[in-house]
Ligand binder design. Structure first.
Ligand code: FAD
Length: 491
């Protein structure tokens, strides 16, 4: 058993941002993160001017697209400060005008003496007072998280980490769908882990889809700008048959492309840019040009394979302005969390700004608490130190899970499809629910959590069906229990 001050789980933009904000306040922080396949990770590049513009807009704008007024106020107030504090010292803009935010944060963290890295560890459960304390009276205390149980991929052993505060930054769930902008590991495991421990979830139905993802087999699909179509790009079902599409809204386009895929039973469609002015195209879309060239596509010579893709999880673990969840000593940040903000495609840099802003607010709050709060650590009920052997069925079940999400829960979700989707997921969940976690392999545990998150999404979409404004819901922000709000947002 190891005891840490502050444990951050996950080393994406959100995890790195909060760890850096804590370290800058003189707080010892441990980042624990699972193995991450860098080959398949294309960090979001944020346009330099789009971040700057967004901060100015936030200060002017009323909350037209953004739903929770308190969350919007916080974003408008702290966004500039969070950029100054977390990015400015290491702000590198590439020749296309982009900032690699993840690298910028990581580089600062690597040099920081107060940051400890524990990589190749996957959290499989949260330690809570009511579930894991040996003292029976602890179950009558307020529900609290006291650390994590993690699987060490190198030693293949289970390890226990106690912490004053645990911060989940494990990312979203777009890769529950077969086509997503994210790495295949982004299946919302952290959401299911927190839910299992009793944390409240919010807006689980709100999955953002993007109509144009660059299709690459078994890899994340890079999101292509819709401007490629408005500039005259053509959609083809095969390399020779053009399809007329209505560009009046991204949502229309999304449904049309999805329908075309179903109709033609093809793996992907094509986007033909070859008839556009080559020089103008390269000049207007330099990031797309560079990305495509690096991945073997020449945008001015060949049509690009495209599919609609899941791009962002707007819902997740409900948090307040200091990233506090409904479980004491558990915070959440980034795509795993739901602040009550949501947006459409025009607001493209907001999720990153949201992570930076909440990282700052969370670190401030922890710094204040650390001086006035004595953290309680009980003796723990410990279990097995090993996991079970893996099973070959897991791969098939993953495929089935993603296909079910795509066909029954994804872009078209009428009642009949959702009923069928929920039933199939419930069945899959029954078949994969372990008697106890240590009897399973790490792959089975990850599948189990992915199925749980998929069920939460599917049941949430089915239960509500129509969008409920988040601001109307903000008074009940801290109720424990079911998940709310639904709709798929076409970005
Ligand atoms: C190609 C692309 C383009 C994008 N473009 C934009 C954009 O223009 N604007 C914008 O605002 N947003 C954009 N996004 C979305 C935004 O980048 C993501 O929402 C954001 O990166 C999520 O960061 P995160 O830190 O919350 O999660 P992630 O980056 O997914 O990081 C999660 C971390 O948690 C770790 N982890 C997961 N589970 C466990 C576990 N059980 N135990 C231990 N560790 C775990 C993972 O290994 C990883 O380190 C884009 C995303 C992509 C992929």
């Amino acid at each position: 058993m190891k005891t840490k001050e502050i444990l951050v789980v996950g080393a994406g933009i959100a995890g790195c941002a909060v760890a850096l904000a804590l370290a800058k306040r003189g707080i010892d922080v441990t980042i624990l993160t699972s193995p991450f396949d860098q080959r398949f990770y294309h960090a979001p590049f944020i346009r330099h001017e789009s971040l700057e513009e967004k901060v100015c807009d936030l200060q002017r704008e009323r909350q037209e697209h953004l739903s929770c007024s308190r969350a919007h106020e916080q974003l408008a107030m702290l966004a500039r400060q969070s950029i100054d504090e977390l990015l400015e010292p290491n702000y590198l803009v590439d020749r296309n005008g982009n900032i690699d935010i993840h690298r910028c944060l990581q580089d600062q963290l690597k040099q920081h003496p107060q940051v400890e890295w524990i990589s190749h560890h996957s959290v499989i459960e949260l330690l809570t007072l009511d579930q894991h304390s040996l003292k029976k009276a602890d179950r009558y205390k307020k529900p609290a998280c006291i650390g994590v149980i993690a699987y060490n991929h190198e030693t293949q052993r289970i390890e226990y980490y106690l912490a004053k505060e645990t911060i989940l930054a494990t990312g979203g769930a777009p890769s529950l769908f077969p086509y997503s902008t994210h790495p295949s590991s982004a299946c919302g495991g952290g959401i299911a882990i927190a839910y299992r421990a009793g944390a409240r979830l919010l807006n689980m139905d709100q999955i953002q889809f993007h109509p144009l993802g660059l299709f690459e087999k078994e890899r994340p699909c890079f999101p292509l700008p819709l401007g490629l179509l408005t500039e005259g790009g053509k959609i083809l079902t095969s390399k020779i048959s053009p399809v007329e599409v209505d560009l009046s809204s991204p949502s229309f386009l999304l449904h049309q492309l999805y329908d075309q895929l179903l109709k033609t039973r093809s793996e992907h469609l094509w986007l033909d840019l070859t008839l556009l002015d080559h020089l103008a195209l390269k000049e207007q879309f330099p990031t797309v040009d560079t990305y495509c060239l690096n991945h073997g596509f020449n945008i001015v010579k060949d049509p690009l394979p495209i599919v609609p893709v899941a791009a962002y999880t707007c819902g997740g673990i409900a948090i307040d302005k200091a990233a506090q969840t409904t479980l004491l000593r558990l915070r959440a940040i980034g795509e795993v969390a739901c602040t009550g903000l949501f947006w459409n495609f025009k607001e493209e840099s907001l999720s990153v700004l949201e992570s930076l802003t909440w990282a700052l607010a969370c670190a401030e709050d922890i710094a204040k608490q650390a001086n006035k709060f004595i953290y309680y650590f009980p003796d723990l009920r410990e279990g097995s130190s090993h996991l079970g052997a893996s099973s070959s069925i897991v791969e098939e079940d993953w495929k089935f899970l993603r296909q079910t999400m795509w066909s029954y829960v994804g872009i078209h979700h009428d009642r009949a499809h959702l009923d069928r989707g929920c039933a199939l997921l419930d069945q899959l969940s029954l078949l994969n629910t372990p008697h106890d976690l240590p009897s399973c392999s790490i792959e089975q545990i990850q599948l189990y959590y992915a199925i749980q998150t998929a069920q939460l999404i599917a049941h949430s979409v089915r239960a509500h069906g129509t969008f409920i404004n988040c601001s109307a819901r903000s008074s009940s922000f801290f109720q424990r229990g079911a998940t709310d709000n639904m709709r798929l947002i076409a970005t």
